[in-house]
Ligand binder design. Sequence first.
Ligand code: SF4
Length: 335
Amino acid sequence: MSPEAPSLLEVRGLVREFDLPGRGLFGPRRFLTAVSDVSFAIRRGEILGLVGESGSGKTTIGRMVMRLLDPTRGEVFFDGLDLTSLKGRKLRQQRRRFQMVFQDPYASLNPRMSVGEIVGEPLLIHDLVNSPSERRERVVRLFDRVGLSSHDLDRYPREFSGGGRQRVGIARAIACSPDLLVADEPIASLDLSIGAQIINLFASLNQTERMSLLFISHDLSVVRYLSDRVVVLYRGWAIESGPTPEVLTAPAHPYTRLLVGQDPGIPAELLNGESETPGLCPFLSRCPDALPVCREAAPDRFGNAGGGREVVCHLAASQDSWMPSSSSPSIQGIA
Ligand code: SF4
């Protein structure tokens, strides 16, 4: 993938806050910051892995990219269009170009419709077929593409295994030939061998149809296998990013190092500590490498000399291979 390839998706300074209950009539607003100033881009035909443990904000980011959730601040550009400002018909027109594959395929499929109807529905909504026979023909081709049989057309979601339902969900997602798929933990509820088949299906869609993919997962081994680049999230912060092999074999951030060392899980005490001091590094209380400066100021974002990698950590300031990144808001004003 050429670094000069144009971005299909660009996420800039995304923030999402959720109000917490218990404010009282005149009390101050209480809120949880689920996503803090996250920026990244996906080039055409690229697979970007968004990795982090439960509660790191990755699903919230996926939902904001899909416009299923409005950001508190920040922008999402898709093929140059500011999605955050699109509404109504203009948003619906663009929607067929970016589609989502959900973790729980059963919950995302209408149980009262046959799977043939489910997969063919987007073709009707977006007016992409002229007749029922053309629609059926297109659905049969989609079934074939995801490894389902045309004999399955009239069956219902409940009659499929988890892997079969996920194939139906993927067939529906690719029905309108989108440019981007957002896949949120798509194999988390599947057993190992079925999950591997679904991963290979995503890889094949990327290679043959050039679909870009935002692949959201807590599973580093899958992200390592599938993605060209990776963004590592910690408590809503994008703390490190870059080409997947480089980040996962030579991580620069102490959290990424722990994550890689503990693959596929990390100790609970690293996830469930006390809340951090606003305005300082979110990993401070758990960092084995913390410096005195980490207790005084927020770290800046640093880029590596060769380009393509970023890390938000004070440790990078003392290393020649890193320099302050111009793209940078650092960690500021953490709520
Ligand atoms: S900024 Fe300091 S506390 Fe945060 S990860 Fe880097 S070394 Fe650790």
